[in-house]
Design a protein around this ligand. Structure first.
Ligand code: ZN
Length: 679
């Protein structure tokens, strides 16, 4: 079985520090509810693009929105039914909209929109409604039956039996994706990547059979299909393509891609889009690889995009990819920074603290840029990555390189939205640390993302003969750990100051402090009391922070100190801390290079999963007092064509005034093409 090895990053760091440059006249914060804050991002530089580029962005953006329903259905087979049902209730409610049960229903629906389904986008647990079945029943009886998302021939009673238990019964489909533990991960997961009661063993056998150990350029088996066990016990793939599963949405995506082809900047870019269309039409994963190669080699175009079944974080086995899209253009000024990094990629590889046997002799095609996104869709919306590194196929990365991006208009929005929110005052040990963070936090954070994406994921080799999927359910966490450590290790290197990337030799301390504070303490604000850490980026951060904390105890490198009953992270020896990051990097690289599953499992289970209950409770209490949200996401700008009297497009303009519910309802009205049930 060869699958995408989870190379890119959909994690976002939650706390962004105050930027001393201060004043902003743009409203970055849209609203806040449950554990979520909705932000708005700006698209600086859009106006000065050519009309042709804007039209290209416009059609790619339309394509980014056309696939929205796919992700809902991938996440759970009832998601579209529940979303549509609640939207009808929400829009037709005639009672007082300030009544508690209605407000609770509104929050529930907003969370469903945010998570593209009924399970938490990060924690994976099913939402607990704050309203009763009786209230929902009452609302339902007030809407016109024809508006309800019934199956053909389904009675209302049957609909209620089916849907209400999914919403209200905590034992029904409790978790979207179960990533670890001593059980059948596929049966325990409620996502829609597998169906018909298929077991983990059956899935593994199915894809094991496909994998050819002598194939040097294997396709990403299973990436674009649902695996189903039919009634007679046979196992089949239902491919997501035109004429296959999700055809109604994919046809719309393709129609926009076809329009986009009229406005491409060059022939290579045109060929990229053409190949992607071919892949959507055939579902052939060989064509997908050809597309990925064309895409990764297109380095001249200013406009770029991701559109398709891409990341496999949502599948416990890392086989099936969720649908996502981002549309973007290059930020030329900031790209000078990542250019310096990629031009020196070989130097970084050669000086890495890993065993020489695991180093890349020749680092190929590390292309890195800073981009400005203009539209987010699918699994990149509303929660969005701050950096992406694609494609995921190991052999394409080996033979053709990878494209790595840092999304700076998103990191900037995070930064601006969190200015002066009191977080650092509460959790950072002293004024000196706070000042360092204020001064260097934004720049070193971006730099860490650059290093993680641009060098970290691309560094090192897997020894010949090692199964690329050897780390199985731990591969994602360990891969992110490796990339993070690479970035952390080099942030403190004098080479960075020498290259002019960091302002001075002290700047890295801002990121070191934030990283340790986040990994040891503050990221726990995202975890409910009593729960383990599940999500792979969070696991990776805790793994690193806990490992260096415990290993450095004898030398008192990092301390958890109490003051007025509150716990703080104190770093006593930054140089030794860097040394520990290097030691752990060497070990994690060894684990990946040799495919040492047992050691990888031990690292993750020992350091990344369990939570200190007392500290957790304290962090939650302190955080609650700040009235902040641990998760953030974005509304998109509205992109509009401006036409003259002859109907010709004369400009594309962006509007930043749409609110969250307005955007979600508009998307559900204008960009919803799938049947309610896609069995
Ligand atoms: Zn990553």
């Amino acid at each position: 079985m060869t699958v995408g090895i989870l190379m890119s990053c959909t994690g976002q760091k939650i706390e962004k520090e105050k930027d001393s440059t201060g004043e902003c006249d743009f409203n970055y914060v849209v609203e806040q509810f449950a554990d979520l804050q909705i932000l708005r991002y700006q698209v600086p530089g859009f106006e000065s693009l050519s009309l042709k580029q804007k039209q290209l962005l416009y059609h790619l953006s339309e394509a980014a929105l056309m696939g929205r329903d796919i992700l809902f259905d991938q996440n759970n087979r009832y998601n579209l039914a529940i979303r549509r049902f609640l939207e009808v209730v929400y829009q037709n409610y005639t009672g007082d909209r300030n009544d508690e049960p209605f407000k609770a229903l509104e929050v529930y629906l907003k969370r469903v929109w945010f998570s593209n389904g009924i399970h938490h986008h990060y924690g994976q647990d099913k939402f607990v409604p704050g309203f009763s079945p009786e209230f929902l029943m009452e609302c339902m009886h007030k809407v016109n039956v024809s508006q309800l998302p019934l199956r053909p021939g389904q009675t209302i009673d049957r609909f209620v039996t089916e849907i209400f238990s999914v919403i209200f019964d905590p034992s029904v489909m409790p978790k979207r994706t179960v990533q670890s533990g001593d059980r059948d991960l596929i049966l325990a997961s409620s996502n829609n990547y597998y169906a018909g009661g298929i077991t983990q063993k059956e899935v593994e056998d199915f894809y094991q059979k496909m994998a050819d150990p002598n194939d040097n350029t294997p396709v990403s088996y299973g990436l674009n299909s649902r695996l189903v066990k039919e009634k007679d016990g046979t196992v089949v793939e239902k491919v997501w393509k035109i004429g296959g599963l999700y055809t109604e949405a994919i046809e719309k995506v393709v129609a926009e891609l076809q329009k986009a082809m009229f406005y491409t900047e060059n022939d290579r870019q045109k060929a990229v889009i053409e190949k992607l269309i071919g892949y959507y039409q055939s579902g052939d994963l060989k064509t997908f690889d050809e597309y990925a190669i064309l895409w990764v080699e297109d380095l001249d175009s200013e406009v770029d995009f991701v559109n398709g079944f891409t990341e496999t974080y949502g599948d416990a086995l890392g086989i099936k990819a969720s649908w996502e899209s981002t549309v973007n253009f290059i930020n030329k000024e900031a790209t000078k920074r990542t250019k310096i990094i990629s031009e020196n990629a070989q130097w970084f590889e050669n000086h890495s603290p890993i065993d020489d046997r695991f180093k890349k002799k020749e680092v190929k095609g590390v292309s890195a840029k800073v981009i400005t996104v203009s539209m987010l869709g699918g699994d990149c919306y509303p929660a969005t990555p701050i950096g992406i590194n694609l494609p995921n196929a190991d052999w394409i990365r080996r033979d053709h390189g990878s494209k790595s991006v840092t999304i700076e208009n998103i990191t900037e929005a995070y930064d601006k939205a969190s200015q002066g929110n009191g977080f650092n005052e509460e959790f950072v040990w002293g004024a000196a640390e706070r000042e360092t963070i204020e001064k260097y936090g934004f720049i070193t954070d971006n730099l860490h993302t650059d290093l993680h994406e641009c060098l970290g994921h691309g560094s090192g080799i897997t020894l010949p003969g090692v199964d690329p999927n050897a780390l199985r359910a731990y591969s994602s966490t360990l891969e992110e750990t490796r990339a993070d450590l690479f970035g952390l290790y080099y942030l403190a290197d004098s080479k960075l100051a020498e290259l002019g990337l960091t302002p001075d030799a002290e700047a890295y301390k801002a990121e070191y402090y934030k990283y340790m504070m986040n990994g040891l303490m503050t990221q726990l604000v995202r975890i409910e009391p009593g729960k383990d850490v599940e999500e792979s980026h969070m696991r990776n951060r805790q793994l690193i922070a806990q490992w260096v904390y415990r290993k450095g105890k004898a030398d008192n490198v990092v301390e958890l100190k109490k003051r007025d009953g509150k716990t703080f992270v104190v770093i006593n020896d930054y140089a030794k801390l860097r040394g520990l990051f290097g030691t752990l990097l060497a070990e994690v690289q060894r684990i990946k290079s040799e495919g040492d599953f047992a050691a990888g499992q031990k690292l993750v289970e020992e350091y990344a999963v369990k939570v200190d209950q007392t500290l957790h409770a304290e962090v939650l209490e302190r955080y609650a007092a700040l009235n902040l949200s641990p998760y953030k996401g974005f509304v998109n700008p509205v992109m509009k064509e401006v036409k003259n009297s002859k109907g010709e497009v004369t400009d594309i303009v962006l509007d930043y005034t749409e609110d969250y519910a307005g955007q979600m309802l508009r998307y559900s009205r204008d960009y919803s093409f799938l049947p309610t049930y896609n069995d």
